[in-house]
Design a protein around this ligand. Structure first.
Ligand SMILES: N[C@@H](CCC(=O)N[C@@H](CS)C(=O)NCC(=O)O)C(=O)O
Length: 152
């Protein structure tokens, strides 16, 4: 069995793929703040008195475009952060490379699609639900593998 040092090395293709998708998803999540700011300026929706750019404006918390991006961002926090934790532990279970790399790919692509159809172009359901369940299914599978490895 490979040692943790070998498993968590970029010469392990599984860890390399995980590292790649963590990087991509971190950038994606950071862009959500930028997207929120863009919507705030577009709709002049500011949540703090010190942010108001004109005395005519008032603080506002209910713009649907801003709220949509904020919901997409929150959904990322609910799903991508668990993936970061469980993905790393899954690498330590020394999984088959083909399966693991495709699971990471599925989560990464599905979460990007989730953002696109929820907060960028707004595609009707079930597009968002499908993207959500692909990433959720892959993450739950990894969590079960981690639990099984630790339990037996
Ligand atoms: N916190 C989520 C739990 C369920 C969930 O994550 N559903 C997915 C698929 S429909 C979703 O994209 N929800 C939209 C959201 O979190 O704003 C919610 O309130 O909807």
């Amino acid at each position: 069995m490979a040692s943790p040092v070998e498993l968590l090395s970029l010469s392990n293709p599984v860890f390399k793929s995980f590292t790649f998708w963590v990087g991509v998803l971190v950038i994606k999540m950071l862009l959500m703040s930028l997207l929120t700011a863009i919507q705030r300026f577009k709709t002049k929706t500011f949540a703090n008195p010190e942010d108001l750019m004109s005395p005519k404006l008032k603080v506002k918390f209910d713009d649907p475009n801003v709220e949509r991006v904020r919901r997409a961002h929150r959904n990322d926090l609910e799903n991508i952060l668990p993936f970061f934790a469980i993905g790393l532990l899954y690498v330590l279970t020394d999984p088959a490379a083909f399966l693991a790399i495709n699971l990471f790919r599925a989560v990464g692509i599905a979460r990007i699609v989730h953002t696109l159809v929820y907060a960028v172009v707004v595609v009707p359901q079930p597009s968002r639900a499908l993207a959500f369940f692909v990433a959720l299914g892959a993450t739950v599978y990894m969590a079960l593998q981690v639990i099984a490895s630790a339990a037996f």
